[in-house]
Each structure stands twice: as structure tokens, then as C-alpha cells.
Design a protein. Structure first.
Length: 344
């Protein structure tokens, strides 16, 4: 099995215009984490069907690399690949991370990427955060890792602001995520950041995963799947998504599940990992992003259809969430999915 989906020889030039994602493969790598990076970034395409990323794998010692399963992967490239990457992603390794002994050559190479002043974006999945921390990339920054490894991480890297309760942490040029499934959320988040919600949602549809889970959502949700005989809030959430353009009260949502407001509020948090108000705000932001990317609607109409009521309210919420105005967001991301360059 080859971990290099592109099958091009080492040192070959990348296709013009593509963002290169390099995946650092170490002995004991988790196959799911290695595969999800290739799958998700490889599925991101422009309006004309052109791939937006080139994904390559590299290893401290090229050749056959052991995984934590009963097979190996063939990695043709060495660490020099990282020098030409726009984004570097470090999946977990059960051989190294849990013993706090990440590969010294890999750590040194990552450290040198920063020392040279390069704008390379570096991210980790699960306990890959140990490598980033060992390279000094997380010092004084907010980060996360798998909750089972949080105490071990804190003991070794006291200077890192560790938050083990979130799915991922975005510090701009350095990002970290929790367990394997959170790696999916992180990759979609980076695609969304690079090319907008439309491209990220398209990737999610192609791979049949949820299009967006906010990074601040809890790693561990008490009741992710309803127990037999226990009512769920899923129907109310589905109905809310169909009616985001109107005011939605807790009482109304609870009534759709024949629950009291108190019971509904508790169940909703258990199942969604956040409050109803926060969940609605996130869904409305996502709806507004989609409308800004895919339609010519004026900002006031986008605000109405997303449930913000007025353009002023939308501007305030979008700026708080993304740091940009609706017109700036549209100017940045509209052309990727529509093939247009307008910023109206």
C-alpha cells in the first residue's frame, strides 16, 4: 500500500497553483489519520473540477513504515519534502507519542521550518501534538490533543496552554486537533479557511461526513447516539435547519420533541456538545457563508434568510466569528465555487 496518493517521483514539481499538503509519517502511524488527510484534501476541487491541493507523504526514513495495524505503508519521500510544503500535517504515532519520544530528526526539521521564517502552516492530529510541542511550536499557545493523553502532555509541556476539551485549536499558522475523528473536523476547517464553506461542504458531502463541527465543541459528548427508548433532539435540530430564517425559541424546539424546556436543554447539550443558542448561532453563520458564496443576494437578504434579521446584525456576527465583513468574505470566496470574481 502506498501512502503517496499522487504516485509521482520524489522531487517532482507540483501541479501549477496547487497548495501542497505534506503528511509526516512515522513508525506506528494510525492508518485512519494518514488516510483521512489524503481523502479530504484530495477531494477539494474548484468550480471547474481542478484539484485544489496536492497531498504527499514523507518519512524520516523513506521506505516501508510500520503502522499500528498489521500492515506497512510505502513512503517514497524524505523530510526534504517538508521544505516545499504549504501545509504540514503530523498524524499520531502509537510508537512514539505515548512515550514522549518523538523522532528527533522530525522534531528538528519542524523547528527549522519556523527558524527559517517560512509561512508554512503546521498542524497535528491527536497525539501528533507531542511532536509540535517538542519542536517548540506550541510554547505559549493554545493547543489540544486526545483527552486520554492530556495529563502526560501537561507534565512534559507546561508552557503550552492545553485545552483538552475541544475538537481542535486554531492559532493561525499552527493548529492541533483531538482524536482521529477530530482530524476530519480539522482538515475541513483548514479547507474552509482556504477556500470557503462551499468547497468544504462539497468535500464533506463527497466523503459523507458532517460538514462542520465547531472547534470549541467538547471532545466527549455524553450521549452522541440516543439510547433505546430515550428521546433525542435530532428531529428538532433538523426542523430548525429548515427554519433558520425565523426566530426559534427553546420552548418551540422543546415542544417538537414533546419535552419540557429543562429536559430538552439538558438532552441538547448532551447530544450536540453545546447550548441550543450557540448551536443556532453556528448554523446561521454557516448558512450565511453558503449564501454569500453561492448567490448574488444583497447582504440584507442574506441576513434575513440566515436568521440574523438585519445586515447590521449579520456584519456583527460574521466579524465576531471570522474577523471579516460579509462583502470581504464574498470577495474572497465567491469565485472558488462559482468561477466568478465578483465581490458584490
Amino acid at each position: 500500500m502506498s501512502a503517496d496518493a499522487t504516485r509521482r517521483p520524489a522531487g517532482a514539481e507540483r501541479p501549477a497553483g496547487r497548495h501542497r499538503v505534506a503528511v509526516l509519517v512515522r513508525p506506528g502511524v494510525l492508518p485512519l489519520e494518514l488516510g483521512l488527510v489524503h481523502q479530504l484534501f484530495g477531494a477539494a476541487v474548484s468550480a471547474g473540477g481542478e484539484r485544489l491541493y496536492e497531498v504527499v507523504s514523507c518519512a524520516p526514513k523513506p521506505g516501508l513504515v510500520r503502522t499500528d495495524a498489521d500492515f506497512e505503508v510505502s513512503v517514497e519521500r524524505g523530510l526534504e519534502t517538508l521544505e516545499d510544503a504549504d501545509t504540514v500535517i503530523v498524524p499520531a504515532s502509537h510508537d512514539e507519542d505515548e512515550d514522549c519520544a518523538p523522532d528527533a530528526l522530525a522534531v528538528r526539521t519542524l523547528r527549522e521550518l519556523r527558524r527559517d521564517g517560512r509561512a508554512t502552516r503546521i498542524a497535528s492530529i491527536c497525539t501528533g501534538a507531542f511532536v509540535l510541542a517538542a519542536a517548540g511550536l506550541l510554547e505559549g499557545r493554545r493547543a489540544t490533543t486526545h483527552w486520554l493523553s492530556a495529563e502526560r502532555f501537561r507534565e512534559r509541556f507546561a508552557g503550552v496552554d492545553l485545552d483538552p476539551d475541544v475538537l481542535y485549536a486554531d492559532e493561525g499558522d499552527v493548529l492541533t486537533s483531538a482524536g482521529e475523528a477530530a482530524g476530519i473536523d480539522l482538515c475541513l476547517h483548514m479547507i474552509r479557511r482556504d477556500h470557503g464553506a462551499g468547497v468544504a461542504n462539497d468535500v464533506a458531502r463527497r466523503t459523507v461526513v458532517p460538514p462542520h463541527r465547531e472547534g470549541g465543541q467538547a471532545q466527549f459528548i455524553a450521549r452522541p447516539v440516543p439510547e433505546p427508548g430515550v428521546s433525542s433532539t435530532g428531529a428538532a435540530r433538523a426542523w430548525a435547519l429548515e427554519h433558520l430564517d425565523r426566530p426559534l425559541s427553546l420552548r418551540e424546539l422543546a415542544a417538537r420533541e414533546s419535552m419540557s424546556v429543562r429536559t430538552f436543554t439538558r438532552r441538547f447539550r448532551e447530544e450536540a456538545g453545546m447550548s441550543t443558542a450557540r448551536w443556532l448561532a453556528e448554523q446561521r453563520i454557516e448558512r450565511a457563508r453558503q449564501l454569500l458564496e453561492e448567490t448574488d443576494l444583497p447582504v440584507d437578504r442574506v441576513a434575513e434568510r440566515a436568521g440574523f434579521g438585519t445586515g447590521t446584525s449579520l456584519r456583527q456576527h460574521l466579524h465576531a466569528a471570522l474577523g471579516v465583513s460579509p462583502s470581504a468574505y464574498r470577495a474572497t470566496f465567491r469565485g472558488v465555487r462559482s468561477g466568478r470574481d465578483d465581490s458584490a
